[in-house]
Design a protein around this ligand. Structure first.
Ligand code: PLP
Length: 711
């Protein structure tokens, strides 16, 4: 990828370039205000990508800004804070950085390196590490086919289009070698080696290295390694994971970063451990010593209780691609292959999760329930005869990213004081939520709901203008939505176990709820199916057909193109966040956390994080009982009853002031109880307890030194 965006800025506001290239701006409300103030249209048209935006702004606008006192005073304030926060040294007690490996990173919509929840979690992790001063270094891939764009045909079938990286204007810069030339790392398991280019994104104080094989030097099949996220071709997928793990370790070495520990986010990057074994053997350690050294310093997080979610590579494929490399590095063939055996399906292949578990000193699952489930699934995986233990570290969300920045954060600043920013994981920081006047919270909520409806209308209008939509499709896209009606949001990946159509189980009951003359509800759906998941696509089609069906009065909408951008509208703009997976298959779920911290209560089956999060007064829960056999009808019945008997009456019970005070109580409880416990701050402090022994540090005695930001 050639790099072209190189805006010429007036001297006085030249710092905007640095700001644009550090994703820190995305979670600083004043920095967002600054970009909007510079040129709102360019900010919107660039889809919130300031690197591209600066390229679009006219020289006249820039010159005017450089002389506008109001703009300059905001500029100076933002730049001062930016420099202060990004130049504070990280926690100095760490002997070296923790390399955080992940196949996806969802830091911001301007960097298309994620598909869903796993990536968003990785992005939130880097941001929180930056805020907290934990020296993390992210390692991932950049996919040159970019995002898979979702388009729903008139018959409801999902089609995909790739939006290739256009070679410029992403908030990344090439990593360079000692002479300032773009770094090219030859990755050796391939013969001849595949050339890997390295990009660097900056996430506050945390660097994120993104690897690509899509370089002119490489053969077409090698170029394709990093083109698509989770490529469906198994062999290419293996090659992709070799580049991520082995290439990732080599790229770190090439930029002069020697990690003191490695955190593997899911099994995809686990070959990093293989490269580290090779390095120890090359230094002269024995095989058992090398194993011990890598294990001592590796942390592994498993994210799915689904077998299909773990990578399994046939042994012959592994041997073909990795045995020559193992031989050269002194890694014994049988010893290596045994590390990837899953005893529960012996012989099926090399299991990346089993490999990662054996090569880590600590493995964690992403909620308490998931830890129980994962412990059962992986009970056969042993190390030194002992089953590997899986402990829970429940996911959390980066609050400055996910709490609506302009209105809601301002409300929190006013009524909660600085505590919610400084100590977001301390429940006491959130006591002030009680004191927010109902009327103010409700007014902000209504405004955000209006913004969601306007966004949905805007998307439909653009589609209509493009000439590719029929009129009925616009109704399915949400143009009849009414901001005064109780609105349920469901936005997840469309796949069978998430049961997006549970609410559609009994169409008569659903229709009565939706078209009640006095107290109707409406549904907003969004989410992509994996291109290869035909069942997932059928579920989208089912929703879409009902959205087109006049019996439902335009009160069902399917909004295309669920991504981080749309998520930010949805989690604050609907009234209730719906979640209906088949227990116990939801590892954690994080979108409900995002909704709750914005005062959008969750209505969810008891699974994943909601088993820990639900207090009885901060949302609604159903389906806690064990049911053997098909539980669809029972769950749907419980869901309809909760809606009709509790949620609908609460929402429409208005005082003389027009405010549903009892509903607002639930909103406040959602914020107060969920924000501290399911913040990324709490999550990263938990991970810090896993990092400490891996780094040779004693257990938690104090806060990180030099780490946290001055506020
Ligand atoms: C938060 C988020 C997810 C993950 O949500 P789940 O509740 O875990 O399904 C997926 N995609 C986007 C765009 C998100 O923002």
């Amino acid at each position: 990828m050639e790099h072209r965006c190189d805006p010429k800025l007036p001297e006085r506001i030249q710092g905007l370039t640095d700001l644009a290239y550090n994703l820190w701006w995305s979670w600083n409300p004043d920095a967002r205000r600054l970009l909007r103030a510079l040129d709102l249209q360019a900010y919107r048209e660039s889809v919130h990508n300031p690197v591209r935006m600066l390229d679009m702004v006219s020289p006249e606008v820039l010159a005017r800004a450089a002389q506008d006192e109001g703009f300059l005073s905001l500029y100076d304030r933002v730049m001062e804070r930016f420099r202060a926060e990004t130049q504070v040294p990280m926690d100095k007690s760490f002997p070296g950085p923790v390399a955080y490996f992940s196949a996806e990173f969802g830091v911001h919509v301007s960097l298309p390196t994620y598909a869903g929840g796993l990536g968003i979690l990785a992005g939130d992790t880097l941001k929180e590490a930056s805020d907290l001063g934990l020296p993390l270094v992210g390692v991932g891939l950049i996919y040159s086919h970019g995002y898979v764009r979702q388009r729903i045909r008139d018959d409801g079938w999902q089609e995909e289009a790739h939006e290739p990286l256009d070679g410029s204007c992403y908030p990344i810069r090439p990593a360079v070698d000692g002479e300032g030339n773009p770094l090219i790392v030859p990755v050796p398991p391939f013969d001849p080696p595949v050339c890997v280019g390295v990009w660097r994104a900056q996430v506050g104080r945390v660097p994120l290295y993104l690897l690509t094989t899509d370089l002119e030097q490489n053969q077409p099949w090698d170029r394709a390694i990093s083109q698509d996220l989770y490529t469906g071709d198994l062999e290419q997928r293996l090659r992709q994971e070799i580049v991520l793990g082995i290439g990732g370790m080599q790229a770190l070495r090439a930029v002069g970063t020697i990690p003191a520990a490695v955190h593997l986010n899911e099994g995809h990057p686990a070959f990093a451990s293989l490269e580290r074994l090779a390095a120890h053997l090359t230094e002269g350690k024995s095989w058992p010593e090398a194993l011990a050294a890598v294990r001592e310093t590796t942390i592994f997080t498993t994210h799915t209780p689904l077998h299909a979610g773990t990578d399994l590579f046939p042994f012959p494929l592994i041997e073909r691609h990795l045995l020559p490399y193992c031989e050269r590095s002194g890694i014994p063939r049988d010893g290596f292959l045994a590390l990837g055996l899953d005893p529960s399906d012996r012989g099926a292949g090399f299991n990346m999760t089993a490999f990662a578990m054996r090569m880590s000193r600590a493995t964690n699952a992403v909620s308490r329930r998931h830890a129980e489930v994962a412990t059962k699934i992986w009970s056969g995986v042993r190390w030194d005869e002992t089953p590997v233990t899986i402990r829970p570290i429940t996911n959390g969300v980066h609050l400055p990213t996910w709490i609506e920045p302009l209105r809601l954060q301002a409300l929190f600043d006013r009524y909660l004081g600085p505590g919610w920013r400084e100590r977001p994981d301390d429940p006491a920081s959130w006591d002030g939520v009680e004191g927010i006047p109902d009327e103010e919270l409700w007014r902000v909520h209504e405004e955000r709901k209006g913004a969601l409806v306007a966004e949905i209308d805007g998307r439909a209008r653009r589609r209509w203008q493009s000439g590719t939509a029929n009129a009925a499709g616009l109704i399915a896209a949400g143009t009849l939505l009414d901001p005064r009606i109780l609105t349920l949001g469901f936005a997840r990946r469309f796949t069978a176990y998430k049961r997006p159509t549970l609410l559609l189980h009994d169409l008569d009951r659903l229709r009565r709820l939706l078209t009640d003359p006095l107290r109707p509800i409406q549904l907003v759906f969004a989410g992509k199916a994996h291109p290869a998941d035909l069942d997932g696509k059928r579920l989208i089609q089912e929703v879409y057909r009902l959205a087109l069906d006049p019996r439902f009065a335009g009160r069902i909408a399917f909004v295309e193109e669920y991504d981080q951008h749309l998520a930010k509208y949805l989690v604050v703009g609907v009234d209730v966040w719906l979640n209906t997976p088949l227990p116990p298959l939801e590892a954690s779920g994080t979108s409900g956390m995002k909704a709750s911290v914005n005062g959008v209560p969750v209505l969810s089956i008891l699974d994943g994080w909601w088993l820990e999060g639900y207090t009885g007064t901060n949302g609604w829960a159903f389906g806690g009982e064990e049911i053997s056999g098909d539980r669809t009808a029972a769950d749907a019945d419980a869901l309809y009853r909760l809606l009709a008997e509790e949620v609908v009456p609460l929402y429409y019970d208005r005082g003389p002031d027009g405010i549903p005070h009892r509903f607002v109580r639930v909103m406040k409880e959602a914020i107060r109880t969920v924000a501290p416990r399911f913040s990324a701050r709490r999550m990263m402090r938990d991970y810090l307890e896993l990092y400490r022994p891996a780094l040779g540090l004693s257990a938690a005695d104090e806060q990180p030194r030099n780490g946290p930001l001055p506020q």
